[in-house]
Design a protein around this ligand. Structure first.
Ligand code: HAM
Length: 438
């Protein structure tokens, strides 16, 4: 369908009086919700800073091929979930369905291999996936993600896990489970996949249709099937960790010993393989206590082949992504609220009665805002009571009351709303500012 944005509204449009809603699976973040967002984003940026990660922002749009080549052709994201379209220049573009491939593209494009390695970068960014929406599963969600590119050592895997773990703990989310696994590398994985295929060859009659496709195209994902009928086969299957080569096994051992040293508890989940194809060696997910298939608060792993897949020099990498909406859902259900000070509270609510007072109120509001105070100015011509009620609803600290009497005295009344205590202050912005900030 072609749409002419400049077209004048016609009779059809005028007859269409339905109320518009957010697109399915997307949310408005209303002003009342913002303190939670400020809290989580602020905590994420603070933890990232302490771990030496610097911010990176990449465009929402990328060439579709970037994701086809990295996430993998047989995955749900690529097969069913990407928002892909041709733009007016016939380029095939996709709204970012994950954050890692764009960061790796940027690493190559901007020659970041000449910087000290690893390059530690984090992002807070919208992600788009055409999923079946349900609680905690959205078509547009925000991810806090961190990537460490250019270092193959297991200490870096431990570091990114520690970063995610610290964020969730510092926000107050307890009872978390870190699931950990290693899925091998380009050396040992082919041998393991042969063993896995061999195991499934005699069991294809017992598994779902999707698993038949996985068997052909992407056997590792057989272990990730959620269908009831496939669970017995998964339980008896050889696990990736059993097939690790010596280097991968060493890497996994060292990672676990660093996590032990830092007191980060984990559970080895032998069938954890993740839904993106670029992973090598370490994979992990953090879940809250209430288990379920869509509950991961954050997840990630190592992707040592990804940069080479994109045409860059062979460069290792490891990182995670964490859904901000899911974190906020868990904070709310645990009864955790943002620290005081994140909900904006006007310092002063200016109340006026009469024309002369109104002019003074307009002048004072501008001067006080210029001096750095948060000021709400009453509007219209309401009774003193109605205006003071509005000041209370706005959660202002002070009401500054201007009336004929006060103006005659060259003063205003400053009332501390919490206690009702009040006093006169000179009708002068600097005097009011001092009285409010003292
Ligand atoms: P992912 O597991 O697809 O990994 O997503 C990471 C996190 O994003 C999930 O654990 C979850 O918290 C959140 N998330 C994912 N999909 C949704 C959704 N539809 N609605 C709400 N939240 C969601 C990745 O995207 C990888 N790029 C992570 C990574 C970074 N691996 C290495 N570096």
């Amino acid at each position: 369908m072609s749409v002419d944005a400049n077209r004048q509204p016609g009779a059809d449009d005028r007859a269409d009086r339905r109320r518009f809603q957010t697109v399915r699976g997307t949310n408005d973040t209303l002003p009342d919700d913002q303190p939670y967002w400020d809290w989580v984003r602020g905590a994420a940026q603070d933890v990232a800073r302490r771990f030496g990660f610097r911010r990176i922002d990449t465009p929402v749009l990328e060439e579709t091929a970037l994701f086809l080549r990295t996430i993998g052709e047989g995955t749900d994201i690529v097969e069913k979930e990407m928002y892909t379209f041709r733009d007016r220049g016939e380029d095939l573009l996709t709204l970012r369905p994950e954050g890692t491939a764009p960061v790796c593209r940027a690493y190559i494009q901007h020659g970041m291999r000449t910087l000290p390695q690893p390059v530690r970068a984090f992002y807070i960014t919208p992600i788009f996936r055409y999923e079946r929406p349900q609680s905690g599963r959205l078509r547009q969600h925000y991810q806090f993600g961190a990537e460490a590119i250019g270092d193959a050592s297991p200490e870096i895997d431990a570091e990114v896990i520690h970063l995610l773990w610290s964020l969730l703990e510092e926000l107050g989310l307890g009872n978390l489970t870190l699931h950990l696994n290693s899925i091998g590398d380009a050396d040992c994985r082919p041998r393991y996949l042969d063993a896995l295929r061999g195991y499934y060859a005699g069991r294809l009659a017992d598994v779902c249709d999707d698993c038949h496709t996985r068997y052909e195209k992407n056997p590792l994902r057989l272990l990730d099937c959620k269908q009831e009928r496939c669970q017995p086969s998964i339980q008896g299957a050889p696990t990736p960790a059993e097939g690790l080569c010596a280097d991968c096994a060493d890497h996994f051992d060292t990672l676990r010993s660093v996590l032990d040293l830092w007191g980060i508890p984990y559970r080895i989940s032998p069938t954890l393989v993740r839904g993106l194809d670029y992973y090598t060696r370490t994979v992990f997910e953090v879940h809250p206590q209430a288990e379920g298939s869509q509950t991961a608060l954050g997840a990630g792993g190592r992707y040592d082949g990804l940069i080479a897949q994109l045409g860059g020099p062979p460069t290792p990498g490891v990182g995670f992504g964490s859904g901000i909406e899911r974190i906020i859902m868990n904070l709310r259900s645990a009864g955790l609220t943002p620290p005081a000070g994140l909900a904006p509270q006007p310092d002063v609510y200016i109340v006026y009665l009469g024309q002369a007072a109104h002019t003074h109120a307009l002048r004072l509001s501008a001067a006080l805002r210029g001096a750095g105070l948060s000021v709400s100015l009453s509007t219209g011509h309401r009774s003193l009571r109605a205006q003071l009620r509005a000041a209370g609803t706005a959660d202002a600290r002070y009401a500054l009351i201007l009336g004929d009497d006060e103006i005659g005295r060259g003063a205003a009344t400053l009332r501390l709303l919490e206690t009702g205590d009040q006093r006169d202050v000179p009708l002068d912005a600097e005097a009011v500012r001092r009285a409010v900030t003292d």
